[in-house]
Design a binder for this molecule. Structure first.
Ligand code: SF4
Length: 683
């Protein structure tokens, strides 16, 4: 442990003094679990180079054909001639697609495709020449090193001549595809018929020397190991030292559909962010690192902007390659979508051209200021460090009570639920009777369940209705086995913070610990252009809730705090994680922070890595991120909805120990896993 701490300090010193990191440093960073520290270093390095500016561009992808002579194992895009789904655009079709894009302001056409066995070289030249003639102001970024090698071999001409002909026809620069992983141990397994690493590097060197700039990529998250990534980046850094011809480094997250590699999982958000951060720190001679939303998904890419990335890519419009491999981010984003995501990451969107020159820097900065002013809220700041050592959750069920009939149902449902946590949510006091509520709590507890009551205001109203002082009421609840009192989603709208605090304190007086709540609510201020009214978080309101929670912590009876999302608020992953981290910083060691994302904030689960099907996209992506940003607990998990063993494995594989809050007598089939149970009295 001390060795790792010293090594990290040594790397930090190198970064501070501008000393170049070597390959062993990069490998250490990849292997370190300290994502937040590495992310903070990468963010600082990025800001030193690019201030808070994030590039995007208005572009259009055109994939001329998916017919390909090769069969790379990871590729879901290619088809053989005549195979179902095979296509090849006529040049006229491409012109029409380009025209539509140019009408919408595109400054770049990005064109890569399969190696068509029957297309002669002159067709590629004609393609570029026609597009250049029709749209002389649009930058044509086309053909990977793999396609160029194919053209040269088919034509039996030198690569230099091929590049020169294309450049003369109007080619502006090269995209970065085809690099995959350079190391032969991996390259031979995933794309052994493609150009070698040496050929890829030579092609880009030649292009740079001819005055054509290029991009570079790395396909990660399949069978490669960290040392292969470092080897890959070393080769790119060396060529950049030699020519300075790369515009940007683009880490490409592996997409798991229809590949011949037997891999069915997406990359983890933890790994996506780490890869961006290490690239920023190791590739010190690159000005630009891209968070490619098409492959990572918009939300993880947005987070990447606080982990060293300064480029979000562009509008894209029609990207088929990752889409056919399972990419789920969609194929298009509008200018306002891009600006909106960048602004909500607390950064300034700047439109660029293909060569990473701002199109009109002053205009971009003014527009960002205007958008911020109309939004009114302070953008989230950089995210501080947060990860704890474990992540807990309670196995059980949440049951709503809005009348006596519901109490009867609760008794029925919990009669055989021995060992589970039962959260009884009191939402409506009007038709409830105090004695019935007490009896129900006593019955649920007697059935061996851990009884939690939520809904402070409704509970207090039931007591008042029965002329029971709060102190006496909570004493009675404690006697009936209630183990915790939880502030509900409705409470904040029903009472002032000081009144809620008085109810918390009354519960503490009866030795019942409580859980407070901070809710991300939608701003009521006017939205800025293109944004729905309910889609902005009210940070002023959030800050005042943090202050109120601080008051509740002082008596030390509020031992946990939930971070929820208010009904109607659309919260991005970046905003939720930012808020989580701020809440954890405020709560410190005084309280556990509960992130009930899987159950209470379901809209966030898909964007943070858990698909609605649950099975296809690993929850590890979610739990690792939640833990890194300060979550200690995931709330009450109902095993009828979420597989407990799977969740526990996800927590473990994120490098955390699991605490499942059930007593030893738990009888879920799912809990056959050897879990370390948290003693019931700490529920
Ligand atoms: S990755 Fe490119 S070269 Fe390989 S099969 Fe797919 S389209 Fe063809």
């Amino acid at each position: 442990m001390t060795l790792a701490v010293n090594r990290m300090r040594e790397i930090e010193r190198k970064i501070e003094t501008g000393t170049r990191l070597d390959e062993s440093d990069a490998l250490f960073l990849f292997e370190s679990p300290d994502l937040m520290r590495i992310g903070a270093l990468a963010d600082q390095a990025n800001r030193r180079k690019n201030e808070d500016r994030i590039f995007y561009n208005i572009n259009r992808h055109i994939n001329p054909t998916n017919i390909c002579a090769l069969s790379c194992k990871f590729c879901a895009f290619s088809r053989k001639p005549g195979e179902e789904g095979a296509y090849a655009y006529e040049i006229d079709e491409m012109v029409e697609k380009a025209r539509a894009a140019v009408t919408q302001g595109a400054t770049e056409l990005h064109m890569v495709g399969g190696l068509h066995p029957r297309w002669p070289f002159k067709r590629y030249v004609e393609m570029i020449a026609t597009l250049h003639k029709e749209f002389p102001g649009v930058h044509l970024k086309a053909f990977t090193a793999v396609e160029l090698d194919w053209m040269a071999r088919k034509e039996r001409r030198g690569l230099g001549e091929i590049l020169q002909d294309l450049k003369n026809a109007g080619l502006g620069s090269l995209p970065g595809g085809g690099a995959e992983i350079f190391h032969p141990e991996i390259r031979d397994q995933i794309c052994d018929t493609k150009v070698s690493a040496g050929q890829w590097i030579d092609t880009h060197r030649m292009a740079h020397k001819m005055g054509l700039r290029s991009n570079c990529t790395m396909l990660y998250g399949h069978i490669e190991r960290y040392e292969h990534r470092v080897d890959h980046m070393r080769r790119l850094r060396e060529l950049q030292d030699e020519t300075g011809g790369f515009n940007v480094f683009i880490p490409l997250a592996f997409q798991p559909y229809q590949n011949d590699m037997g891999i069915g999982r997406y990359t983890f958000g933890f790994d996506d962010l780490k890869t961006i951060a290490v690239a920023r720190l190791y590739l010190d001679n690159f000005a630009n690192i891209k968070a490619y939303w098409v492959m990572m998904g918009q939300d993880i890419a947005q987070l990447g902007l606080n982990f060293g990335a300064n480029d979000f890519d562009g509008t894209v419009t029609e990207e088929k390659i990752s889409r056919m491999a399972g990419g789920r981010a969609g194929m298009v984003m509008s200018r306002s979508d891009l600006e909106h995501l960048i602004l909500r990451a607390g950064r300034t969107p700047v439109e660029r051209d293909t060569l990473y020159r701002p199109i009109d820097l002053a205009k971009s900065i003014a527009r960002a200021a205007e958008l911020r002013a109309s939004a009114g809220d302070a953008p989230p700041e950089t995210l501080p460090v947060g990860r704890g050592k474990n992540l807990s959750f309670a196995v059980g069920m949440t049951l709503n009570v809005d009348g006596l009939a519901a109490l009867a149902e609760i008794r029925e449902k919990t009669a055989n639920a021995q060992g589970s946590t039962v959260e009884i949510c009191v939402s409506n006091a009007e038709s409830l009777e105090w004695a019935q509520l007490l009896d129900t709590c006593a019955e649920v507890s007697a059935a061996g369940c851990q009884t939690i009551l939520s809904g402070l205001t409704a509970m207090a109203a039931v007591m008042t209705g029965a002329s029971i002082p709060l102190s006496k009421g909570f004493e009675a609840l404690a006697k009936s086995g209630v183990r915790r009192i939880v502030e509900s989603q409705e409470d904040a709208g029903r009472a002032r913070p000081e009144d809620l605090l008085a109810i918390h304190k009354a519960a503490h007086g009866a030795d019942i610990p409580t859980t407070g709540r901070v809710t991300l609510r939608a701003s009521t201020k006017a939205p800025h252009a293109g944004e729905a009214a309910a889609s902005r978080v009210d940070w002023t309101d959030f800050n005042s809730q943090l202050r109120a929670v601080g008051e509740g912590l002082r008596p030390l009876g509020m031992t946990s705090i939930i971070l929820g999302a208010g009904r109607g608020a659309v919260v991005t992953a970046s905003e939720y994680l930012h808020a989580l981290n701020r809440l954890k910083s405020s709560a410190g060691r005084m309280a556990d922070v509960i992130a009930p994302v899987l159950t209470e904030v379901p809209t966030l689960a898909p964007v943070m890595g858990v698909g609605s099907d649950g099975s296809q996209h690993p929850a590890q992506k979610l739990v690792a991120l939640l833990a890194d940003f300060g979550a200690d607990d995931l709330g009450v998990i109902d095993p009828a909805l979420i597989k407990v063993t799977r969740l526990a494995e996800d927590v473990r594989s994120a490098g955390l120990s699991v605490e499942v809050k059930t007593p030893e007598t738990v009888s879920w089939d799912d809990a056959a896993l050897d879990l370390r149970h948290k003693p019931a009295d700490r529920v």
